[in-house]
Design a protein around this ligand. Sequence first.
Ligand code: SAH
Length: 480
Amino acid sequence: MKKNDEFEIDITDIGNEGEGIGKYEGMTFFIKGGVPGDRILAGATKLKKTYGYARLVKVIKASPFRVTPKCPISGKCGGCQIQSLSYEKQLELKERKITENLIRIGGFSPEFIKEHMDPIVGMEEPFHYRNKAQYPIGTDKENQPIAGFYAGRTHSIIPNTRCYLGAEENEEILNIILSYMKEYKIEAYDEVTGKGLIRHVLIRKGFSTGELMVCLVINKKITELPHQESLIRKLADIPGMKSISVNINTENTNVIMGNEVHTIWGEPTISDIIHVRDMQKDGYPFTGDALTFKISPLSFYQVNPVQTEKLYSLALEYAGLTGKETVWDLYCGIGTISLFMAGSAKQVYGVEIVPQAIDDAKENAERNGITNARFFVGKAEEVLPAFYEGTIGDKKASDDMLHPDVIVVDPPRKGCDEACLSTMLKMQPERIVYVSCDSATLARDLKILCDGGYEIQKIRGVDQFAMTVHVETVVLLSKK
Ligand code: SAH
């Protein structure tokens, strides 16, 4: 076979990036857009010894799991990878991804995983679930400003202001910003030259409160935008608008946000409410408890509020609190999980690297009348060992603090640092609740924890990211 040769192939599997996988004459092919169960005509694009890549030329016989994507550009946009796959199959795929990583990287047996894994928690309405959008701003061939999404693995912007995952208001907000840019000839940032002003637009919505936040990321140290009155007037008219700000980022990197935020209208933050659910009952009904959270532009906040309630409620259930426990919540963000736990624990300690998030966490505790939660700024892998070794904190950190009953971790994709894991093992909590957004690093870390004297009790996936290949996992471990 040579490049560009066309051939018929059955798609039998799906890869980590959502690509279809099939075998042809002993070679494994990876084909973007292929859905398991499809028979397709493929065109070879890259050939290696035992595998190759191909493009989908034509679907010959569509898979029973193939659905028409809602979004007309889902094939090009890097945001969704599996809109062509039925939602039921998406959930199956995610469960399998967790299982395979735990077997391959974690070294657990398939039987063990099967025995300890509960069915993944899916969504009823898997669209328009995201409360946060970060649109890159660029320029088209006619030199007009555009907002959209990066095409998969590149930085070329596909213009699109209507995303089927995001809030309905995003489109109006972006159109107002684009016409303001056109009217006042405000330039979009250009990654290549480093020139231009507007880099990204961050939009956040509190789904329970309806509150909206718009933050324009700009490439200049200014605290006001040129002609901002006209922009503000239009944005402030949108029902729910609470906060408009600029964020300064003059670095030529892929990092979206800089560290400096200036509110140009309204409040510096928005609020959202998260309800506790009963994960033991069908349909996961509300228990009647709820917490209010204040969110800054720079703070992390889970992007799928409907599923977040289920995720946190599951973490709470796994923690098995009775009111007497001491809990560490590592990678705590604005203190959401910490405060969920505080109501059922004696004392909670949260650790988070972003100072603004810790400010939010402290205010969130106060706002919800919670007095048994303390928060520390820093890296989990530094703060936890420092407490344990007595180099920071209370002169004589209490025994409870050094030997907590429960440790919760919810790290970013790269997982926990070894220094963090080894201190957790020294602290010997009865239970560890691991919330993970990357099952590969989860598997790696679980192996370390299990080698260190812990055993897995429960594993459950939660679909925080419908239409994408990403999946959240919650794991309960207990001391052997
Ligand atoms: N539990 C929170 C946040 C989870 S996201 C929630 O559910 O909202 C992961 C968080 O870890 C982010 O807030 C990020 O800023 C923080 N973080 C990243 N690296 C860290 C580190 N080394 N130590 C502590 N926190 C870190």
